[in-house]
Design a protein around this ligand. Structure first.
Ligand code: TTP
Ligand code: MG
Length: 229
């Protein structure tokens, strides 16, 4: 009974009428920069990714642990990522347009899938995460109007990661970014791997910052006028 009411409540809270846009792309593709650009426009709510939560839950850093030993800690991190993403999707909107970094879908279709396929996640952990994901998405409608895919080459992301020097990410090899890239292309471009939760707009994000900002300028209305595309 309590569970039923909870599900009804969650359904109601995710049914707000604001336009919901998710920015997707490889690690270092420039998602945060994209959100920063749109934060200057009025009437837009920006939801940055909860990376700081993944770096500190009650004094523990599951992100760092996962990079140190993904077989042991992949399930721990991805369980928490899934929870924090769900929380973001369900938080009540306070502007007509909401732009958020990533989604519960890429956490599963890209990161969990990558850990499992590369042999870095035990099958039982993958099964538990998949059951959770299927349960959540079957019972709680998570509405997205548009996916903005920042398409980059893995090499560009690798260069950017070296420059930004996030402590946990120093161990990321180019091959890891290549796998993430392939999974993104399968999902959003070739559309062969997993269901698409919304239409996709592709933005080339390999250029330097100035040129990318010009692209956002050019596509500004198209991105925000999602109801007409
Ligand atoms: P990103 O979501 O790629 O965020 P970012 O800030 O690196 O991207 P951008 O530069 O485009 O703004 O990832 C943050 C870190 O979390 C990164 O090390 C990858 C990791 N991660 C996982 O390990 N599992 C996940 O499910 C997600 C979503 C991220
Ligand atoms: Mg970011």
């Amino acid at each position: 009974m309590v569970a039923e009411s909870l599900i009804t409540l969650l359904k109601l809270s995710s049914h707000s009428s604001s336009i919901k846009i998710c920015v997707e792309g490889n690690i270092g593709s420039g998602k945060t920069t994209c959100l920063q650009y749109f934060s200057k426009t009025s009437n837009i709510e920006i939801l940055k990714e909860p990376v700081s939560k993944w770096q500190n839950i009650r004094g523990h850093n599951p992100l760092a642990l996962m990079y140190q030993d993904s077989e042991r800690w992949g399930l721990t991190l991805q369980t928490y990522v899934q929870l924090t993403m769900l929380d973001r999707h369900l938080s009540s909107a306070n502007a007509p347009v909401r732009i958020m970094e990533r989604s519960i879908f890429s956490a599963k279709y890209i990161f969990v899938e990558n850990l499992f396929r590369s042999g870095k996640m035990p099958e039982v952990d993958y099964a538990v995460l998949s059951e959770w994901f299927d349960w959540i998405t079957a019972r709680i409608p998570i509405h997205i109007d548009l996916i903005v895919y920042l398409q980059t080459s893995p090499q560009t992301c690798h260069e950017r990661l070296k420059q930004r020097c996030r402590e946990e990410e120093k161990v990321i090899p180019l091959e890891y970014l290549e796998s993430i890239h392939q999974l993104y292309e399968d999902w959003l471009i070739r559309q062969t791997s997993a269901p698409l939760p919304a239409p996709v707009m592709v933005i080339s994000a390999d250029h330097d910052l100035q040129k990318i900002l010009c692209q956002y300028e050019k596509n500004h209305d198209k991105i925000l006028g999602t109801s007409t595309i």
